[in-house]
Structures are given as C-alpha cells and as structure tokens.
Design a protein around this ligand. Structure first.
Ligand code: PHB
Length: 394
C-alpha cells in the first residue's frame, strides 16, 4: 500500500514536471527580403516585445520558441514550402505572421490538413479566413477600411478614380470603395489596376490627371511603394491640379512618413490604428517600442497586427495551461476579446474568425515637427468585415 502510494506519487511528480517543461513552438513566416522585405522586422519586433513584456504571465515552466522564416515577398510557393517544413520538421504548435495574401492562401490548406492554428497578422483580403477553419486574423480586411472610406468620400466628392495593385487586397479595396462611393451618390470615373511590382507610376498618374477626378483612391501594399505613389502624385502635379489623394492607411504607413515629407500633408485615410492615437494603451505601446528599439523608432500597422496576434496566442496558452489542443485553441480564439488593444477595443468574430475593430478617419499632419496620421474622427467602434456581412445577406 505504502509502496504503491510512493510510486504513484513519484509518477505524478514526473508527469507534473514533464507537463511544466512545455515549449510552445510558433512558426513565424514573414518577408525579410523582396517586396516589403523591410517590413518583416516590424512584425517580428512586435512579437518579441510582446513575449518579453508578458512572458511572466505564462503558466509556470511554459516557454515560447519563435522559429522565423523569410517568404521573400509575395511568393506563394515559397510560403507553402516553409509552412510545410515548419509543420512536418519543426512540429510547430502554431503558424503566424504573413504579410501577403497569396502566401496566406497557399498556407491555408496546410493549416487545415495538419490542424495547426494559423494567426494572420497582416494579409488583408477578406476571403482568406474562409479558406481554413484553423485561421484567425488579428490585422484587418481592406473592406473594413475602404468601405467606410467610400461612404465618407461620397459626402465630400462627386467623382472618384481608383488605382490599386492588381492582387487580392487591391481588388477588395477597389470593390469596397466603389460600392460605398456609388451608394453614397458618387460617380467612379475609372477603376485601374496596376502591376504589384514596379508599375510605371508616372504614366498612371498622368492618366489620372487627364481624367480630372475630385479624388484619387489608391491601395498599394504599404512599404516603399507608398512613397513611390506619393512622389509621383506630387511630381505629376496632381495636388496642384486639385485632385485629393485618399486611401486605406497603407498609403501613409508610419515608417514611410519621414521619407515622404511634406507632400504627404493633408492625405486622408481610413484605418484601424495610428501611432498618433492618444488611447492610453496606444501611448504605452508606442513608448514601450521606443524604449526597446530606440527613440527614433515608431511601430507601424504590421507591428500592431502582430502585437495583438500575440495577445491572442497568449490567451490560448494561458487558458490551456500550456498544453495546446488545436480545436480548443480555435474555440478560445473565437471568444477572444481585448478591450485594451493599441487600436481600441477589439475582438474576434466567432462566426468568421476575423477581427472586429474600430476604424478611424485620419489626416497626415505635422505635429511637434513630425508627420503623423492624426486621428480626426472615429467612423465605427466595432466594425466587422463588411464583405462577410454582405455575403450573409445574399
Ligand atoms: C496583402 O497582401 O493582403 C496586403 C499586403 C500589404 C498591405 C495590405 C495587404 O499593406
């Protein structure tokens, strides 16, 4: 009896120590080279900062191992190969990251097949989350910004021209904006799609100038392309010709504002976040970033998607005491609520696994010598992906 009791106690102690020495492996795929190669670090830095600041909240003995991979830009074959390797060889518990829609779409079937929850921290085409029940998204959809942008613009302008990168999120931005602008009584004079990489911006801007719209709505995949748009818009004299540049927040991404300079002043965008937002949680986030990475550094929207994605992952780890079951993880994701995101209150829509979040009207202004996306109006506090809402009505 005594012997049995002792053996059982030892077995229990072993089980407890095995359970407490738990490592959660996250396969983190983003772009460190190619188009937007400078943006991967904005995501990874957010993930590492979140872990550093919150790891003490993890159950005792639980550690996180981040395994990073470079998908080299919009490259679905590469992304798929990396996800496969992370699942099969590294046996990751979760997949996360991903800037580009085509890459997210390529990974989706693998997440389903292997039952590996996949947290999308940037890619913004509405349809992505429908491609696997193991996907949850903490970034945004282009519909969430471009639809309210169209509604707002229709109250100010009679004619609009749209210019978007010719891939998923560009098509969504174009469709959402056009639908809302027309519903608001506006007239869309042209919908033009440009190649994703190295379009001849001067030629496209000349065509816009010739069409003389009141406003030009642009979507491009943030990064350096945003500055190329701004520069060509100004060089071709569209601002002087009276055309107003607007778009989802990708066109005035934080890290490019100092490079753009004054030509960005007055550009109006709709987005779910700005580094200049004066919510206490946002101020704390930006301050923590500067403390960690330097006073001259500012996070961008990819950082916020990644930061909130880690809060989502931490929620699942904490609730399961470090032992992750993929289906239980997805249930926790679907119930996730965060009243204190840097962007305001957010949650995951249990029906679609997409983020519900605020949308702000912002204008580029000079504040304290720096260009910022000043939040000038809250257009909605709990905006669901409008594309999915419209699908439900069909
Ligand atoms: C996307 O591929 O979904 C994407 C890329 C860059 C952005 C937004 C969306 O700025």
């Amino acid at each position: 009896m005594n012997l049995f009791k002792t053996t059982a106690a030892i077995a229990l102690a072993f089980a407890a120590s095995a359970a407490s020495a738990q490592t959660i492996k996250i396969g983190f795929i983003t772009s460190y080279s190619g188009l937007n190669g400078n943006l991967g670090p904005y995501m990874e830095r957010a993930v590492r900062l979140y872990i550093k600041m919150h790891e003490k909240e993890l159950p005792a003995g639980v550690k996180i191992e981040l395994i990073t991979r470079d998908d080299t830009g919009p490259n679905p074959d590469k992304a798929k190969q990396l996800a496969q390797e992370l699942i099969v060889r590294e046996r990751v518990n979760l997949l996360a990251g991903v800037i580009f829609t085509p890459n997210a779409m390529a990974i989706a079937p693998l997440a389903t097949e292997a039952k590996v929850p996949f947290v999308i921290m940037n890619a913004g085409t509405a349809v992505i989350t429908t491609r696997s029940p193991y996907i949850a998204r903490t970034s945004f959809t282009l519909w969430q910004s471009s639809f309210p942008l169209g509604t707002w613009a229709a109250k100010k302008y009679k004619t609009a021209y749209t210019l978007v990168s010719d891939f998923g999120p560009g098509h969504d931005a174009e469709t959402a904006f056009t639908q809302a602008f027309k519903e608001g009584g506006g007239n869309v004079v042209a919908n033009v799609r440009v190649p994703l990489q190295n379009p001849d911006w001067a030629a496209y801007m000349q065509r816009v100038k010739d069409a003389k719209p009141d406003t030009l709505m642009v979507f491009i995949p943030a990064g350096k392309t945003a500055t190329a748009v701004m520069k060509n818009f100004s060089d071709l004299g569209l601002d002087k010709a009276g055309v107003k540049l607007i778009g989802p927040g990708d066109i005035t991404t934080e890290e490019e504002l100092p490079v753009m300079g004054d030509i960005a002043l007055g550009v109006t965008t709709v987005f779910h976040w700005s580094a200049a937002g004066d919510r206490p949680a946002n101020k704390a986030f930006v301050a923590a970033w500067k403390k960690e990475y330097g006073a001259g550094e500012t996070p961008n929207f990819l950082s916020v998607g990644s930061w909130d994605g880690m809060a989502l992952i931490f929620d699942a780890i904490k609730q399961q005491k470090g032992k992750l079951d993929p289906d239980r993880t997805m249930e926790i994701f679907k119930a996730h609520k965060n009243p204190n995101s840097p962007r305001g209150a957010i949650s995951i829509d249990p029906e679609t696994r997409d983020i519900i979040q605020p949308e702000y009207l912002r204008e580029v202004r000079r504040v304290g010598g720096q260009l910022v996306n000043a939040e000038i109006e809250t257009l909605g506090t709990a905006v669901k992906d409008p594309w999915k809402e419209l699908q439900k009505k069909k």
